[in-house]
Design a protein around this ligand. Sequence first.
Ligand SMILES: [Zn+2]
Length: 375
Amino acid sequence: MTTMIAARLHAYGMPMTLDRIDVPEPRPTDVLVEVKACGVVPNLARVVSNFFGKLTPDNKMMPPLPAIFGLDPAGVVAKVGEQVWSVRPGERVYVNPARSCGSCRMCRSGQAQDCPSWTLQGYFGRSQEVMRAYPYGGLAQFITAPATALVKLPDTMSFETAARLGYLGTAYAAMKKIGVGPGQALLINGISGQLGLNAAQLALAMGTTKILGTGRNAGLLDRVRALAPGRIDVLAVADAASQPDPLVAWAKAATDGHGVDGMIDCLPPGAPASAMMRALYCLRRGGRAVNVGAVMETLPLNAFWLMTNRIGLAGSVWFTTGEGEEMAAMAGAGTLDLSALEHRVSPLSKVNEVLAGMDDRNGGFTNFVIDPTRV
Ligand SMILES: [Zn+2]
C-alpha cells in the first residue's frame, strides 16, 4: 500500500475533500498506524470554520493547508521506525495526539503538557513546526506518530470506544488533579454532555462515593443517574439567572450540610460565568475545583472568599499518554464501564455530513466516529 485516502481541508469554511495521497513513511522513532476509528468532536466544526484561528491575529494556531484533521485516532500499528523496540506491527493502539517539542526545559523535565510548543495533532496548537512534522490527523487511512504517544488497547476495548479517549482523558487528568476518589463527594457541573458523562463513568471507576451532577435536559439526566442510582444524583438546573438558585442548597443537603469535596466544570460553549460560580459555591471549606469546560466569560470571583474558605481552583487540558494507559487498563479490567456509549459510526466520505449534523445527539451518550477503512 503506497497511497491512501485522506479527508483534507483546502480552505477554511469549505467542505473537506477525499484526496489520494502517499502513505507516509515513519521516521526512526515514529510508528505508522492504520486508522480503524477516529473520534469526531463537535468543536471540530468550529475549528474547520477557523473560529480559533481568528482568535490569533497571525493565525499561527492552525495547521497549514491542506490539512488533515481528526483528533482521536485508534487503529493497528502497521510499521515501526528503526529505533522503536517496544511496539510491534499488529498491536491495537490509541494515538494520543498531544505533541510537544521534546527538548525544551518543560519537556526535558517530563512535563511535556507545559511545553510552549504543545500542539494537538490533527487539530490545532502552538507550533507550526510540530504541525508540519505531524500533519496526519485521524481522518485518513494511515497516520504517523511518535511511538511514545501510543496507548495500547486491551482486547475488550473496541476501536470505537477508544476513539472517545480524548474526552475521557480530559476528564480523568482533571479529576486526578483534585484528588477524586473513595470517600469523596464530587459535583460534575454539566454531567450529561460528552465530558460530563465520561467524568461520571470515570468517577465511578475511581471509587468516588457520591457523584452529584447538573444539567438542563431531565431525560438525559435520568439516564446518567441510571448508571449507578445509589451513587449518582442529578439536578436539572434552569437558566443561571433564575432565583432562588437551588443548586447550592441541594448539594449541601446531599453532603450533611458541608458541601462537596471536589467540583469538575464541564459546561459547554456559551455557558455563562454565573453557572460556574454557583457550582464553586457548592464546595466545602477546603474543597477543590478544576475546569475543563468552555465558559469563556470572566468569573466574578472574590479572592477573599477563595482565601478564607481555602478553595482551590485549577485549569486542566488534555492528558498524558501514561494517563491514557491507566484508563485503558481500567477498561480492560472492567472497573471502567463505558458500555453506555452509543457509537454512531460513519464512513470517511460522510465526514462533512457528520460535522454538519452533530447537534443531533443524545447528549454525551452519542459517540461520533469516522471509520476511514470505509470510504
Ligand atoms: Zn518542549
